[in-house]
Design a binder for this molecule. Structure first.
Ligand code: P6P
Length: 330
């Protein structure tokens, strides 16, 4: 039996929440395109896990092909669903070097930057992975080109991520609202295939039990950053699965801070500004949290390259601010 029962669906939430929002009217279609794509990606992620079991026969081409295919397959799925929405003018994607410009009148008023499958290397150890989306509104009358995608995060109109874990949860952030929807995939035909509202009005908790960072990098951090991480280590419990969406989702719901600072080997940090830090920074801020490079607000960065990287300190606002203060103090 479908588990939806009386729960609000994503479709209903979007229809009610975005109705008569003027230029955002098409935003609902963009969000549903993300939802429809993530339903298909979730199925592929499950199959990949099964294929990986087959892969234990040592046929690395199956496992390698599946994972490689899965990154590209996820990208293809979301490019397809977003383009078909009729509301997207251009798409930037971690898997695609150049922006996808949706030609002709098929293109709409929105620009989407995405990491279609972040952390796919974790599939073969069954660790949660995710998809991340930042959504901007095309400038009025603009004919989009590659530079149209280089917008600061503070101009986003919405952001979303999907975590493919013990359940599949789509978290949607619009102005002053962050809500989570769980996919009722069921088994076989039993699931409704709908995303049901399970986490209404998410606010990142004031308490901060967790910090998430790769402690293996500590030796290559500069001294001020080492000092900041030491303070986190002394105060909080370490929770780090090495999958950005999973680490962020736990911290968003339970309270916590995620830190991937720059280091000697990664002068600009490891994570990507446009389709990781900006969207998750938007979600964090709309839920009462914060996102910083350690020196400035992530969403104030004026991007120069589609795939540029950034240090990222993300989560509970007070703890982000304390951490930034220690780094800045030198
Ligand atoms: P490290 C996954 O490959 C990823 O891009 C993020 O999801 C994750 O937060 C980070 O890299 C983990 O990096 O260096 O700790 O393995």
């Amino acid at each position: 039996m479908a588990l939806i029962g009386h729960r609000t669906t994503l479709q209903e939430h979007v229809a009610a929440g975005l109705r008569d929002k003027g230029p955002s009217d098409g935003l609902g279609a963009v969000i549903m395109a993300i939802a429809n794509g993530s339903r298909r990606v979730q199925q592929q992620v499950q199959q990949a896990a099964l294929a990986d079991a087959l892969g234990t026969t040592g046929e690395t081409n199956v496992q390698g092909e599946i994972v490689q295919r899965l990154d590209k397959a996820s990208s293809d799925i979301f490019v397809e669903t977003l383009s078909a929405s009729g509301q997207v003018a251009a798409i930037g994607c971690e898997e695609i070097e150049r922006p996808v410009i949706v030609e002709g009148d098929a293109g709409g008023g929105f620009i989407v930057l995405m990491d279609p499958l972040d952390g796919s290397s974790n599939i073969d150890v069954a660790v949660s992975i995710g998809s991340i989306f930042g959504i901007w509104q095309k400038r009025p009358g603009e004919t989009v080109n590659d530079d149209s995608l280089l917008r600061p995060g503070n101009e986003q109109v919405a952001a979303a991520y999907v975590v493919y874990g013990s359940s599949t949860v789509l978290v949607l952030a619009t102005k002053n609202n962050v809500s989570g929807f769980t996919l009722d995939s069921g088994s076989g035909d039993s699931g409704s295939g709908e995303f049901a509202l399970t986490h209404p009005n998410i606010r990142i908790p004031v308490e901060c039990p967790y910090y998430s960072t790769n402690e293996g990098n500590n030796k290559v951090l500069d001294e001020p950053t080492q000092k900041a991480i030491a303070l986190l280590r002394n105060k909080y419990s370490l929770r780090y699965v090495g999958s950005l969406v999973a680490d962020f989702h736990r911290n968003l719901l339970k309270g916590g801070i995620f830190a991937y600072p720059a280091d000697q080997n990664r002068k600009d940090g490891r994570l990507r500004l446009m389709y990781e830090a900006n969207p998750l920074g938007y979600v964090a801020e709309q839920a009462g949290g914060a996102a910083s490079t350690g020196y400035e607000r992530i969403m104030d960065i004026v991007p120069t390259q589609l795939h540029q990287r950034t240090p990222l300190i993300l989560g509970n606002k007070d703890v982000v601010e304390e951490t930034v203060a220690v780094i800045k103090a030198g």
